[in-house]
Design a protein around this ligand. Structure first.
Ligand code: SAH
Length: 258
């Protein structure tokens, strides 16, 4: 039985990978309640008048699939929004930009020659799509957030919002050579990727299994290149929660007007 009863509207899940990405959001929760389940902490409460559950996917595809399943099965969520950081892979996708995902591919999935490279065996699918309506709201929320002066103080004056394919895999991509080869291999197979991270495709697959609409926004913390290991922690500590706070606030406000 899910924890939320029929008396309440099903909560919307706000998922992040890292505590730094979630930090600003917990402090804003109205009537916060912390619950432990599946070796994880889940925060229930209200944000901008909406019932929400905040959770950490943790890092990597398997951990993200566990959290997503728990959110659906145990907490009865019927919509999921992911806010986190990613490495920029596409041309012109720079640190401080935001990528709103249209769909996901697993860049480390290869059951060839039994199945085409990148295809998820027995699904007959390579790309898993986000919900178009939720993603449109997240795009609007992100565009508004980037116009906010508090992000300009971090030096991201010309930051912009992109929308497109994101690749996920169980690897922190941190060399120019690896990032180029990942980009080119995927492009050669018809997948023009904007960013790389470690969880989104797993969330997408679980959401497809359960028929749950979801949307993902990733702020670019690094370029997945030789300085990624320096850029990533600096960005995550100083800026990531600021983006999450502004974008999720805008998103929930837009959602409440629907
Ligand atoms: N616990 C470590 C490692 C984080 S792994 C730490 O906090 O320092 C990086 C996280 O950010 C993952 O959740 C991943 O989704 C995202 N990410 C950011 N840049 C990435 C990159 N270049 N390659 C892969 N994942 C990246």
């Amino acid at each position: 039985m899910p924890l939320t009863s029929d008396l309440f509207a099903p909560p919307i899940a706000i998922l992040s990978a890292l505590p730094q990405e979630q930090r600003g959001l917990i402090g804003l929760l109205h009537k916060p309640r912390k619950l432990h389940h599946a070796s994880r902490e889940f925060w229930l409460g209200e944000l901008h008048g909406q019932p929400v559950v905040l959770a950490l996917s943790r890092i990597g595809k398997v951990a993200a699939a566990t959290t997503t399943t728990a959110l659906i099965e145990r907490f009865g969520v019927r919509r999921i929004v992911f806010t986190g950081v990613a490495g920029g892979l596409g041309e012109g996708v720079k640190v401080g930009d935001v990528v709103v995902a249209t769909d996901f591919v697993q860049h480390d999935l290869d059951a060839s020659p039994l199945f085409p490279r990148y295809e998820v065996p027995l699904y007959g699918k390579t790309r898993f799509h986000c919900d178009a309506a939720l993603s449109a709201l997240l795009f609007e929320a992100s565009s508004k957030a980037l116009a906010h002066e508090s992000l300009a103080t971090h030096g991201f004056h010309d930051a912009c919002v992109h929308q497109g394919l994101i690749a996920s895999g169980d690897r922190f991509v941190s060399s120019a050579e690896e990032s180029r080869s990942l980009h080119d291999l995927l492009a050669g197979a018809g997948h023009a990727v904007l960013a790389v991270e470690m969880e989104g495709a797993a969330v997408a697959q679980v959401c497809m299994d359960y028929g749950i609409p979801f949307a993902v926004m990733r702020t670019i913390s690094d370029r997945a290149d030789d300085s990624a290991h320096v850029d990533f922690p600096g960005f995550v500590e100083a800026v990531a929660s600021r983006y999450a706070h502004l974008i999720i606030g805008n998103f929930l406000n837009l959602l409440s007007k629907k």
